[in-house]
Ligand binder design. Structure first.
Ligand code: URA
Length: 218
């Protein structure tokens, strides 16, 4: 199967799965975008508009994101974007740890297939999936390498809808992405090469990842 076919299979599995959030939402929302991109963005979970449309980041937070992407010369078609949970939690409440665990298989499969070099973590839920001991207010804008992937935590775009001054931090952090992407693409080995990138262990052992060999990209 081609990469696109495998991704379609994952999306179909997401749409057809049952979970404790599924009964309360309109539809499950799989990831979307360019499967060949070196950069993947991960959000929290679908909001009201995403739940209605069936695509990630197509509501107000998505418009903020599109503006930030445009500011660094990127479009949605340049990136792949997905969420920690694929079904909208009622009234946009935080997903519970058990709801996150129910959906973990899907994000893990997406990342194992796409093998992105740079993973932009949008907000604390995506951050805690990989780096459970980090606080977004302290680590946003600081890249960390783990194995053959680089994580880049930033505030969630929806945060500026409630707290407009955060736009400054988001713009500053976004401004680092082009150089970071260039550096990760140059530094990290190609998947399938002699130094084949290992599958993302974090998805299974996310409680331990903060103790693994992380370091700052200067
Ligand atoms: N917020 C998210 O975290 N994900 C979406 O898809 C939309 C809003």
């Amino acid at each position: 199967m081609t990469k696109q076919e495998l991704l379609t299979q994952i999306s179909n599995d997401i749409r057809e799965h049952t979970c404790s959030l599924r009964a309360g939402c309109t539809q499950a929302v799989p990831g979307d975008g360019n499967p060949d991109s070196d950069i993947v963005f991960i959000g929290e979970g679908p909001g009201k508009v995403e739940d209605e449309v069936g695509k990630p980041f197509v509501g107000p937070a998505g418009r903020v994101l599109d503006g930030l992407l445009a500011g660094i010369g990127l479009q949605r078609s340049d990136i792949y974007i997905t969420n920690v949970v694929k079904c909208r939690p009622p009234a946009n409440r935080d997903p519970s740890p058990s709801e996150v665990a129910e959906h973990a298989e899907f994000l893990k499969r997406e990342l194992e297939l796409l093998k992105p070099k740079l993973i932009v973590l949008l907000g604390r839920h995506a951050l805690h999936w990989f780096l459970p001991n980090d606080q977004i207010g302290q680590v946003h804008g600081h890249a960390k390498r783990q194995g053959d992937q680089v994580f880049f935590p930033i505030y969630h775009p929806a945060a500026v809808l409630h707290n407009p001054p955060l736009m400054n931090d988001l713009q500053n952090d976004f401004a680092k992405i082009p150089a970071l992407l260039k550096k990760t693409v140059e530094l990290l080995p190609e998947p399938g090469g002699s130094q084949s990138r290992r599958p993302l262990a974090a998805a299974e052992t996310n409680t331990n990842i903060a103790q693994t060999n992380l370091f700052e990209i200067k």
